[in-house]
Design a protein around this ligand. Sequence first.
Ligand SMILES: O=C(O)CCC(=O)c1ccccc1C(=O)O
Ligand SMILES: [Mg+2]
Length: 304
Amino acid sequence: MVKIFNFDFRCYRRRFLQPLITNHGIWSTREGLIIHLRDSGGNCGWGEIAPISWFGSETLEEAIDFCRQLPGVITREMIFSIPDSLPACQFAFESAWEAMGNLLRYPQSLRYSGLLPAGEGALSKWKTLWEQGYRTFKWKIGVGEFSREWEIFDLLTRKLPPTAKLRLDANGGLSYEEAKLWLGICDHVSKVEFLEQPLPIPELGGMLELSASFQTAIALDESVATFPQLQYCFQQGWRGIFVIKPGIAGYPSRLRQFCQQHHIDAVFSSVFETAIGRQAALQLAAELSPKNRAVGFGVHHFLN
Ligand SMILES: O=C(O)CCC(=O)c1ccccc1C(=O)O
Ligand SMILES: [Mg+2]
């Protein structure tokens, strides 16, 4: 007999206390869906669909349409035949299915990276985060003028204690020349852990070249947002760091298998999901993060 699950969902909307400012623009509200599965024994599993369409996932509307067209009773086959065009849905359904009847285990051993605000706000914020125990920080670049960001970077890296690590995230906002300037500077600053997504997605060739020319590591993020993109970049020869946002990376089981098989140097990263998606994402991060890599799941505050 085929096992069946009752399925329902609801939408949520939460405003960030501080909007995320990146080269893509300003993001101030997280909207997503919480899905719920229940089997005939009364076991429940929750999952979260938290799309970021500007980052390469489906849109919220596409996720809602997908959930609306599903019947109230679904099968395992339906859970595992969601198309690759709906990666946040794939993540939510498999993680809800995996969570059924399991107690929530919250990963203990992880180290977290804290997100600094873009611009000069970073110069004071790092201290608050340091006092909360963060030792790895991420700062957005490619948002303001290069010369001003360079000045702030210089101040910031002087202030940071010697054991701190800094990640720079350009969100694809640099030109090839600017990326060379940044990498040249970073090569002399041992606190820099990596430069994230210096160039836009179509310029993978440029990023492969840069990673061979500088000591500072480069991490791909936008370029590897979804599973097919991750596979593509690996096939093209990328052996640097992969930033993985499980919330939009499709089926957890497929991601797990890929990372283990290819010994991926993964940095796990949040999509600003709620505790439901976060739990499932951190579970994967705990299994698949190399020991020295902090996860990009610093606490992010919501207004409601
Ligand atoms: O990865 C982190 O450290 C924090 C999360 C983060 O930066 C992020 C969160 C949502 C959308 C995009 C990004 C990004 O890495 O650009
Ligand atoms: Mg990034």
